[in-house]
Design a protein around this ligand. Structure first.
Ligand SMILES: [Zn+2]
Length: 706
């Protein structure tokens, strides 16, 4: 018997050790898990194969767990370094693996990678849940937080401690035991309700169609729109007819071009009544339930309202600040929108029609008016925006502002042959980061444009780790003998994403969780949006917008037309948007738990703001997915907030000269290099000398005449 046990033990020992050898071999062969001996330690894309990802994830999560265990089981008293900083430095390998996988999966995916993504998502979310719900870990974090005053922390360290502590507390870690169960239940209910909201909205969007049988009801519509409607009809077994739906790509062209007013009204009303039809897909009760649960959760965490809870983490900080922004923009927008109503009504009257402008007429008559006022379009501009010239112009702007030099490196590994790689150097020649630019669409790339990082900047063991940043676009490709000719919108997008890239490249932070773009949502678009201002400055346009055939710079009259067209319909756009931001805030500043009559609440909210009947709020409550099934509750304002910031910040450059060195230095030192290491409003005030004002944004939109 003893002998048998010994044999079994021996066999299993052999098996384990043999297995371990295999594992080690696998690890050494896996380029994601070994040291990267590439220049600047960029990912060795040439060696990484799809089959390397899953084992690398598993190994990296194991390693991260071991690091967390070491923090939790430390015999030392908890302090900033052995707990908070250690937590920040943990998971380095997992972040490295995840960055490569996520970024390549977005920009150059394949079916195998998509399969891995589905497999990894639940593993990762469970992995991080285990960390944020680890009671022993929280006990150490709390112990450090309790003695923070005595620790003599730097501002950056205070910010990191706050971020880590808040993460636990906002997840309910600090609640008394008897409330934890309720808290978890609320989160569970909220996630289910938001799924229900989304499903109802999807059903309501899909269930409504406008079927056109008589071709003459299509008059006014462009051929491509008719063809798409015929295609939809065919898919629904209605061959020979035309079907329009409540999806924006079908709805918007229809209400913009269809001459048949009754049909415009029918489709538009279908759109604005989604989730409000008193059927099995009605969202009214769900809205009321969601806002009640959110209020209860906020109260449990010690906040008066859900908006207070959300905004505490943002730059705006308090509901009052957000309301202030909404009111001033809404007021300015309404003045212009009322004039736009008059202009559109005049056009209706001139055409001999005998009716009052209604919401379903707005797009149609605005389009007509636009054609009348500005006889130019995108295609007139395109010959002036050659991709390579736009890029050169952008690099020149970066050089004139910050002394940066970008030099192409053709010897570094890339994940697709189209990708270009640049070394980013300071004026003194030292390399501060690496930038990948990936310009053209392909089947393996998702739509849109974005910036991410393969490695963020941080400091460790007295050294600085330089960032490796990626920007991805879907620009018009060169064809035949024509170079890639961008629309002005695409050119602005290149400047925009490069602005995010600068936020990552110029980052000068110690901790990775605060580095670069790790800032609140209502602050993160400042570095990107401000760059778009240079793209549109006449002085800069003259430099880079050169006709691809003649080399002539863009003429002044075209620049003037671009500027004027930018002011068109801004009253409508502002009012439609700000009324939704207002509704979002009103729903999330309630202080009383009760059954809300959604329609009544909405009407009262809009009335308070003097909404005009010709415009419908951009999202009514029952289809406001951003706030009831997305992550934007009490956050819809942030798009407008970012515009206020970028216009106000750029105004500083306009006042002092768009390439003024002192202003550029102040912007770099206070915003671009600071990441999330200090309070964003404090940083902004340090740069601007005061808090942001809305004037510059209003002026840019043509909402403020002077
Ligand atoms: Zn952006």
């Amino acid at each position: 018997m003893t002998k048998l046990i010994l044999t079994i033990t021996l066999i299993s020992f052999l098996f384990i050790s043999c297995n371990r050898n295999n594992n080690e071999k696998q690890m050494n062969d896996n380029p994601l898990l070994t040291e990267w001996n590439t220049p600047y330690g960029v990912p060795p894309f040439n060696l990484i194969k799809t089959e390397h990802y899953l084992p690398a994830y598993n190994e990296a999560m194991k390693m991260h767990n071991a690091e967390i265990e070491a923090i939790v089981n430390s015999k030392e008293e908890p302090d900033f370094n052995n707990t908070i900083a250690a937590l920040d430095y943990s998971g380095e390998l997992l972040i490295r693996v995840d960055n490569v996988f996520e970024n390549v999966n977005e920009a150059n995916t394949n079916p195998e990678m998509q399969k891995i993504a589905k497999e990894v998502a639940p593993l990762l979310s469970a992995h991080y849940d285990n960390i944020w719900l680890n009671d022993k870990l929280f006990a150490r974090v709390k112990a450090v937080n309790d003695i923070k005053e005595a620790l003599n922390l730097t501002t950056e360290q205070q910010m990191l401690l706050k971020k880590v502590y808040d993460n636990f507390v906002r997840g309910g870690a600090n609640l008394p035991e008897d409330q934890k169960a309720e808290f978890r239940k609320i989160n569970e209910q909220l996630s289910l309700l938001s799924i229900n909201f989304g499903e109802n909205l999807l059903a309501e969007t899909n269930d409504f169609t406008l079927v056109i049988e008589d071709e003459k009801d299509l008059s006014g519509l462009p051929e491509s729109v008719k063809a798409a409607a015929a295609e939809t009809a065919k898919e629904q077994g209605l061959e020979g007819k035309w079907v329009f739906t409540l999806q924006k790509p079908s709805l918007i062209p229809f209400i913009t071009y269809a001459e048949n007013r009754e049909n415009r009204e029918y489709l538009f009303k279908g759109y604005i009544e989604r989730g409000n039809n008193n059927n099995e897909h009605d969202n009214k009760a769900i809205v009321s339930e969601i806002v009640n649960l959110r209020l209860r959760r906020a109260n449990m965490l010690g906040y008066d309202t859900h908006a207070d809870y959300v905004l505490d983490n943002n730059m705006a900080k308090t509901p009052d600040k957000v309301y202030g922004l909404i009111e001033s923009l809404m007021d300015a927008g309404l003045v212009v929108a009322k004039q736009e109503v008059k202009d559109l009504q005049a056009l209706i009257d001139k055409e001999g029609e005998n009716f009052k402008l209604e919401p379903w007429d707005w797009w149609y008559y605005a389009e007509k008016l636009k054609k009348e006022k500005y006889a130019f379009d995108d295609e007139t501009l395109r010959p002036y925006f050659v991709l390579e010239n736009v890029q050169k112009g952008l690099f020149t702007v970066a050089n004139k502002l910050y002394g940066l030099q970008l030099t192409e490196r053709t010897d570094l590994p890339v994940y697709h042959p189209d990708v270009k790689v640049y070394e980013v150097k300071e004026a003194d020649g030292s390399v501060i980061g690496i930038l990948y630019m990936d310009f053209f669409p392909r089947e393996s790339k998702r739509g849109g444009a974005w910036m991410t990082s393969f490695r963020k900047q941080y400091k460790k063991d007295g050294g600085n780790v330089i960032p490796v940043i990626q920007t991805v676009f879907n620009f018009t490709k060169p064809t035949g003998d024509k170079p890639s000719l961008l629309s002005f919108d695409e050119a602005s997008t290149m400047f925009h994403e490069f602005g995010h890239a600068l936020h990552g490249l110029l980052s000068n932070c110690t901790y990775i969780s605060l580095s670069g773009t790790a800032v609140p949502r209502d602050f993160v678009e400042l570095p990107s949006q401000i760059m778009e201002n240079w793209a549109a400055e006449p002085e800069v346009l003259k430099m880079y917008a050169l006709n691809y055939k003649t080399g002539e710079p863009i003429p002044d009259e075209l620049i003037e037309k671009m500027k004027n067209a930018g002011h068109f319909n801004q009253g409508f756009i502002t009012v439609e948007f700000m009324s939704a931001a207002l509704l979002d805030m009103d729903w999330h500043t309630i202080t009383e738990q009760k059954n809300y009559d959604v329609t009544e609440f909405e009407n009262a909210s809009l009335e308070k703001m003097h909404m005009i009947p010709e415009i419908v709020v951009r999202y009514r409550s029952t289809y406001f997915a951003h706030i009831f099934s997305g992550g934007y509750s009490s956050g819809y304002y942030s798009y407008a907030w970012a515009e206020v910031l970028d216009a106000d910040a750029f105004e500083a450059f306009k006042e002092n000269g768009i390439f003024d060195q002192a202003t550029a230095r102040a912007f770099r030192e206070n915003i671009l290099s600071m990441g999330g290491t200090d309070d964003p409003m404090k940083l902004y005030v340090q740069f601007r000398g005061r808090e942001p004002k809305t004037e510059a944004m209003l002026k840019r939109k043509g909402l403020l005449k002077n």
